[in-house]
Design a protein around this ligand. Structure first.
Ligand code: DX5
Ligand code: ZN
Length: 227
């Protein structure tokens, strides 16, 4: 069955000085999920925020918190993010030797589990993790910063992952460089969850609803009968 398109604005591109209000504004503007980018300055060359910030913004929306952990080692922090209000916790397959164990820990906490792949990581890295995940995140930029250019070679990998997933109830998410121009490419390849940072938050609060609608329209326009 065709999965609905989900638009997940990344608060990495929000005004951090007014984060609660920004989360409420992007919710009102039509965000389906709220994408929260956690960076540790070690696995990726940037630092963002931790579980206390997540907990502080949690009361400002009822939308699903999609927490993308760019953290290594990640195991010591899973429970804190679960308690802070994460609904879906995604870890990187490159971030440690035991992703299967970490995914089991996420599910044991009652949360949905996701596995992310950097652009240079082949799909074979997650072949034996598929029964432990609810979502596969294909990075369409190298993680660490918003506003980077989309890497089109990842589309081929998305199509391969779609085939690997088969009829399992697993969504494919993309993250990085998503715009109305690139959204159709990833949706045609099999993605249904689109993270957008700069393309969602550009232009100030009055522009958010139009930004999200434009991405959604472009994504839905790319739908054929087979995705
Ligand atoms: C990158 C982050 C992304 C980022 C996307 O490391 O994981 O979620 O915010 O930003 P844009 O949409 O601007 O490429
Ligand atoms: Zn992200």
């Amino acid at each position: 069955m065709t999965k609905p398109i989900i638009i997940a604005p990344s608060i990495l591109s929000a005004d951090f000085a007014r984060l609660g209000a920004e989360v409420a504004a992007i919710d009102r503007a039509g965000a389906d999920w709220i994408h929260c980018d956690v960076m540790d300055g070690h696995f990726v060359p940037n630092i963002t925020f931790g579980p206390d910030v997540l907990k502080a913004i949690r009361p400002h929306t009822d939308k699903l918190f999609d927490v993308h952990l760019m953290v290594a080692p990640v195991d010591p922090y899973i429970e804190a993010f679960a308690r802070a209000g994460a609904d879906l916790i995604t870890i990187h397959v490159e971030a440690g030797p035991h992703p299967h164990r970490t995914l089991q820990a996420i599910r044991a906490l009652g949360k949905k589990a996701g596995i992310a792949l950097n652009p240079g990581t082949p799909e074979s890295a997650i072949a034996y993790l598929l029964d432990s995940v609810d979502l596969v995140l294909c990075m369409t930029v190298n993680p660490g910063f918003g506003g980077q250019a989309f890497i089109p070679e990842v589309c081929d990998k998305i199509a391969r992952i779609k085939a690997m997933i088969g009829d399992r109830p697993i969504a494919i998410e993309i993250d990085g460089g998503c715009t109305p121009a690139t959204a159709p490419l990833v949706v045609a390849a099999g993605a249904s969850v689109l993270v957008a940072g700069s393309a969602a938050f550009r232009g100030g609060e009055g522009a958010y609803a139009g930004n999200i609608a434009a991405i959604r329209k472009a994504a839905e326009g790319a739908r054929g009968g087979w995705v």
